[in-house]
Write a protein that binds this ligand. Structure first.
Ligand code: 8ID
Ligand code: ZN
Length: 351
């Protein structure tokens, strides 16, 4: 019942096209691998970076992108040590595999494993109807969470949830989210509220403003209409000292420029967005004198993924997305590139 061919979005030479490609058959799976029938996949800005080839990293070529895949296990490689069963609902996340034995994996820093493999980058991802993934890194999707709603949690959700944990911001404190109207940002607003934080959203345009406000951001700053971002962010907190943390989810470097300036003394800037060639400039005197911190946060581990999905299953976090047929992917990249996408797009692989 597994077909011989399928539809896949294939990147070649910085261009993406929907093609018909072979399906890896169950008998071809290696130990540790599982075949997942992908129902939905979210589209992350990372997929666009991969297509454009703008990161200082090399991906496989040709490449099938996608790393927010929600699907069903249809086959498992022989002799695989796993609790997964055929029919299980699972998520394919960015981290496709890691060794689980090294220093980093043992401490739960799985994304830092030297043997880490990334879905839709170093191995083919979820922009195909049948994806091969690794049983030990697939994440079970809670029964009560619909598959389309689960998809964006597998990268955007887990990433911002982890970043918020890394910020050390506690209930009652303020967090600013540059990029709040995008895929990661609109989920960051919701996870922040779930953690009891108060939210300042930065992005641009009436639609993103409406979304951020609806989701519970108490302050809105339009980066295109504001001359002095530092002043505006500081003024947005009751004592004028600025927020306790910034979760920067913008895909362009400009959003990083003032972040260390506007967080309050002892505040933390968590860098999440991955613009190529961007720099954060930190004034050594004031960073030291005011005890400010800059931290990078890169996706999350298996446990973060389970927690992020659980919170979504509770209904406290919900993706604002548009579901589109698979074939629309190139157009979605276009909108993402010009910044007009609000929230997330989820592709229906079978529409
Ligand atoms: O693990 C990680 N660190 C991780 C995981 C997943 C994604 C990092 N990322 C990276 C992506 O590779 C990308 O660089 O996070 C970035 C954002 O991904 P996304 O949320 O999927 O992108 P989006 O939906 O396009 O949202 C970006 C938002 O930023 C706004 C845009 O308007 C958009 O809403 N933005 C821009 I462009 N410039 C801004 C600025 N100067 C800005 N917001 C505030 N200030
Ligand atoms: Zn992603």
């Amino acid at each position: 019942q597994i077909p011989k061919t399928q539809k896949a979005a294939v990147v070649r030479d910085k261009k993406v096209a929907i093609e018909t490609v072979p399906v890896v058959q169950p008998s071809e799976l290696k130990v540790g691998e599982a075949l997942v029938k992908v129902l939905y996949s979210g589209v992350c800005h990372t997929d666009l970076h991969a297509q454009l080839g703008d990161w200082p990293l090399v991906h496989k070529e040709p490449l099938i992108g996608g790393h927010e895949g929600a699907g069903i296990v249809v086959a498992i490689g022989e002799h695989t040590d796993t609790d997964l069963k055929i029919g299980d609902r699972v998520g394919i996340k960015w981290l496709a595999d890691s060794c689980l034995k090294c220093d980093y994996c043992r401490q739960g820093y799985e994304p830092l494993c030297h043997q880490a493999l990334c879905s839709g980058f170093s191995v083919d991802g979820s922009f195909q109807q049948y994806a091969v993934s690794f049983a030990r890194h697939l994440t079970k999707i809670p029964e009560s969470l619909p598959m389309d709603k689960a998809a964006p949690i597998l990268c955007a959700g887990v990433t911002v949830y982890k970043a918020l944990k890394q910020s050390n911001a506690r209930a009652g404190e303020w967090v600013v989210i540059p990029g709040a109207g995008g895929g990661l940002g609109h989920l960051a607003i919701q996870y922040a509220l779930y953690m009891g934080l108060r939210v300042i959203a930065i992005d641009t345009g009436a639609q993103k403003q409406a979304l951020c406000t609806k989701l519970g951001a108490e302050r809105w700053i339009d980066f295109r209409e504001t001359d002095d971002i530092v002043k505006a962010v500081k003024a947005a907190t009751p004592d004028g000292d600025g927020p306790h943390a910034a979760i920067v989810t913008s895909a362009v470097g400009a959003a990083y420029e003032q972040a260390l300036e506007y967080v309050r003394p002892h505040g933390t800037v968590v860098s999440v967005g991955l613009p190529p060639d961007a720099k954060v400039s930190a004034d050594v005197f004031w960073t030291t004198f005011l005890e400010k911190q800059l931290k990078g946060s890169y996706v999350g581990n298996r446990q973060d993924a389970v927690e992020a999905l659980d919170i979504a299953a509770s209904g406290r976090v919900e993706t604002t997305y548009t579901t589109l047929p698979f074939a629309k992917l190139p157009e979605v990249y276009g909108q993402m590139h010009d910044g007009s996408l609000v929230g997330r797009v989820v592709l229906d692989l079978w529409a």
